[in-house]
Design a protein around this ligand. Structure first.
Ligand code: NIG
Ligand code: FE
Length: 437
């Protein structure tokens, strides 16, 4: 069904033509990739996708942008990031390069708690000012929807300040931003009584986050040595009770039954899964047919950066029927990468996903992991006109050029928000005031 092409005041129908390929990302079947197609956009949405000559006849008054070949895809959906943080952790990277494992760095006072000490010393204004240029970098790689977690505050005030900063960022950028409250670690002041910290989360922090009204999801780092499965269940059930949908950092480094817990709770996603068990794969495959599936969100850049040498079993998950998303996990400790294209490369080279499976996982898969309906993550009639034009002749070249940014132009709601069509990065200015509301 075609949406009626509504006319905007001072604007009209925009026709994007000339792309070598248009990839709708509604199917992983390569036959779904269109050639000779154009996209008609009106009122910020895609009103039609079809043969270019046909669309020109149907919309004779349209403004036409003729692209110099290239590939059009939906905007990328990065459904798992920790993009609001202060300083980087390159110091501990050097330590890890010398052979000290991630969890051992954390035990020595580095890791998540190092970012917590840093974030607690910063004001909301500072957090916004530091995060915005980083986010512009994320957006330059084609991300048009991004999830951002709290979790470097770990006390009520610092968590609420992080969420308030995320909310201000959401108001200052054209890209779509989704906020998540994350129970990320037990802070040093509660190290001697970890159970008491879970009580605090359940009794005070999660209710305060729900009351603030910024976060849509509640997430927990469910991993042996951090929060165990029973603690994670308690945290997520409390979130659900207060209207926050569940997400889990599950089975990242060691198996703890996190994937099974995600499926049991009807979580929106189980993320990481580097150490998922066969029973976990089965649980997520079964959960894919639920009304609202639990998505398996894979974050291979993290396992690359941590030097683990083994990746989540993407093939087993896909072949069993699970819904798979790919995301960056952008954070200062285990994945300092702002862009999804390298994640697509890892998905294909290390996890044996096809280039189209990877692209679908980073678009409509990500939208499913964020429970966004409305067509986000697809280039299809009725969806928001969030698009990326890639300077490659074939979609398979998006993951193929390892670590190269081939994004030419990005639209959100039909407006150009990133223009690198001359090969240089030039992102649109952030116009809204970010200082105060
Ligand atoms: O998703 N696993 C927990 N959290 C992050 C790491 C955060 C950090 O090291 O700062 C992750 O990998
Ligand atoms: Fe994470």
């Amino acid at each position: 069904m075609s949406a009626a092409p509504e006319r905007r005041p001072g604007g009209g129908v925009l026709l994007l033509s000339g792309a070598d390929q248009v990839v709708p990302c509604t199917t992983v079947d390569p036959d779904g990739v269109l050639t000779g197609a154009a996209v008609a956009i009106a009122g910020g949405r895609i009103s039609e996708v079809g043969e270019a000559g046909d669309l020109r006849r149907r919309f004779p008054d349209a403004t036409e942008t003729t692209l110099a070949g290239g590939v059009l895809t939906p905007g990328l959906v990065d459904s798992h990031t920790h993009a609001v943080f202060g300083r980087t952790r390159a110091d501990e990277y050097a330590l890890r390069a010398s052979g000290v494992p991630y969890m051992e760095v954390a035990r020595r006072g580095g890791g998540i708690n190092a970012s917590v000490r840093d974030l607690r010393s910063r004001s909301e204004d500072e957090l916004v000012d530091i995060a915005l240029p980083r986010l512009r970098e994320c957006f330059s790689y084609g991300t048009t929807t991004i999830e951002i977690k709290s979790g470097y505050g770990l006390d009520t005030r610092s968590e609420l300040r992080t969420l308030a900063a995320i909310d201000r960022i959401a108001g200052a950028v054209p890209q779509r931003v989704v906020a998540t409250f994350l129970a990320h670690e037990v802070p040093p002041e509660h190290a001697s009584d970890r159970g008491r910290y879970v009580d605090l989360l359940v009794e005070e922090m999660i209710p305060a986050a729900a009351e603030q009204g910024v976060a849509r999801f509640c997430d927990v780092f469910c991993e042996p040595g951090v929060f165990d499965t029973e603690q994670a269940r308690r945290i997520l059930l409390r979130g659900q009770e207060l209207g926050l949908e569940a997400k889990l950092h599950a089975d990242e480094l060691e198996n703890g039954g996190g994937a099974e817990l995600a499926a049991e709770l009807g979580a929106a996603s189980a993320d990481h899964l580097g150490a998922i068990s066969p029973a976990g794969v089965e649980a997520l495959a079964a959960a894919a047919s639920a009304d609202e599936p639990t998505v398996a969100t894979l974050l291979p850049a993290t396992l690359l950066f941590l030097g683990r040498g083994a990746y989540a079993p993407a093939r087993a998950l896909l072949d069993a029927g699970a819904t798979v998303a790919l995301a960056t996990d952008f954070n200062p400790g285990s994945s300092p990468t702002p862009g999804l294209p390298i994640v697509l490369t890892l998905a294909c080279s290390q996890m044996h996903m096809s280039p189209l499976e990877a692209l679908v996982a980073a678009t409509s898969g990500g939208a499913a992991a964020l429970r966004l309906d409305d067509g986000i993550g697809t280039l299809a009639e009725g969806a928001p006109a969030d698009l990326v034009w890639w300077r490659v002749p074939d979609y398979r070249e998006i993951p193929y050029h390892v670590g190269v940014n081939r994004v030419g132009r990005v639209w959100v709601g039909g407006e150009v928000v990133v223009d690198r069509s001359d090969g240089r990065a030039a992102t649109s200015a952030v116009t809204a005031s970010i200082r105060s509301r």
